[in-house]
Design a protein around this ligand. Structure first.
Ligand SMILES: [Zn+2]
Length: 173
């Protein structure tokens, strides 16, 4: 994942205390995850607090994602906003990571936060997103197109029923 190398934090080089990082998630970032999400510039501010055996990472995301409306397929820019805290514990006995808790062995020197950033963005995308989410009405031309496609689908099923009837007639003969 060379494309995500810029999301490495070499914490051994940091002094104890607070550090600020800023990231801009672009389409390249989402491509690295084979995701169809499109960024309309998502900014991430990270406050990294380092102590001897534990780091506290507070992420603040803001920006927009380019998506398609589920109903009329219009392009919508969905606002992304969120604040997430992740704890990193340095230990000689690392356990399995949890959502917001990462264990790192005492020999580790860097942390890659790309997966976390990606998960935060995905969490902010609603399961169903429509024009209404951005205060717009769906494109009526598109929604009527979709309705007529459904009508054609129903029409396609009619000949099937006809052929069933024909078979029954043959059996009666
Ligand atoms: Zn729509």
């Amino acid at each position: 994942m060379d494309a995500l190398r810029e999301y490495n934090i070499e914490f051994v080089k940091l002094t104890l205390g607070d550090h600020k990082f800023e990231y801009h998630l672009t389409d390249e970032f989402f491509k690295a995850f084979s995701s169809s999400l499109l960024s309309e510039d998502i900014q991430v501010n990270l406050l990294f607090h380092k102590s001897n055996t534990m780091f506290t990472l507070v992420f603040e995301l803001s920006g927009k994602l380019g998506l398609e409306c589920d109903r009329c397929l219009s392009a919508i820019d969905l606002p992304v906003k969120g604040k997430h805290t992740v704890l990193v514990k340095i230990t000689d006995y690392p356990m399995e990571n949890e959502d917001d808790l990462i264990y790192l062995g005492s020999h580790e020197y860097k942390l890659n936060i790309a997966q976390h950033l990606y998960d935060f963005v995905c969490l902010s995308v609603p399961i169903k997103k429509t024009c209404e989410d951005v205060g717009r009405l769906c494109d009526p031309a598109m929604t009527s197109n979709i309705t007529s496609i459904i009508d054609i689908d129903n029409g396609d099923r009619l000949p099937d029923r006809d052929s069933d009837e024909e078979e029954e007639e043959e059996e009666q003969l």
